[in-house]
Design a protein around this ligand. Sequence first.
Ligand SMILES: [Zn+2]
Length: 286
Amino acid sequence: MPQTSETVLEFTSFHIGYCRGPLAMTQRGAPWRMGRFPAGVALLRHPVHGTILFDTGYGTLFNKATKPFPERIYRWLTPVTFNPADSLPKQLQRHGVGAPDLVFLSHLHADHVAGLFDLNTIPPVITSQAAIEKLAAKRLASLQAGCPAMLRDRLKALPLKAVESLPQLSLQPYGLQAFGIGYDLLGDQSAIAVALPGHGFGQTGLFLPKTSKGAIFLVADSIWSFQSLQRNLPPPRFTLHRLGNAAAFMDSFAKLRAFHLAQPQVEIIASHCTESYPLSPSEVKI
Ligand SMILES: [Zn+2]
């Protein structure tokens, strides 16, 4: 793969809480027993631009935002375990980070966003134009879009920047041209935003050509596990219809699978994959 950026990002990842849900909802042919799905966060360190987060996991605001009815339905459907001792600021501290310099949100589902509001100071936040527009939705529509009203309102109060306002970049050099045009997050082609439509509204991943762990593609919820991509087993249609646009999801899934087969050396990290975000022994026991 041609390297167009000289910058090497230092890559770390961790998860903030997890939810439980039937495995059969995430992969065709999987059993109906309950699985545990970590809420993954990627921490990128750039030599000039500082610390960048890809998503922010669960946080204290999730509990508050899903207390009233009908928002409570969210936690009934996906019961969440979140330990405040593992909040975003606490885990950043463990990695030697005081405050992140930039946050990239793949989409605005609560499990990717809630942790942001545990930070003392919220840095600039980038997400897609479609995700920002969806924040205009009324209470029920926003809940259906995975963003309870309290979270929606906190997000709306932020000066969110649209991915689409970043400089455009051809994805051809990376073999990702099937995904359309990319956006250069930091201006040096070290982190490239790639649209992954089909899940939620305006889902966007981040391709990292050079990191301390090699090339990485952060694909958010376009797959639930790396294994499902390897085995070509997308989620069943009823899940896809509930969580986004089924046809667009299948299209993104097919493109991602073709990319993986062509470039197996690129590590593909899904936000809720236990291979990428292993649960701790205590989390498995509970
Ligand atoms: Zn998610």
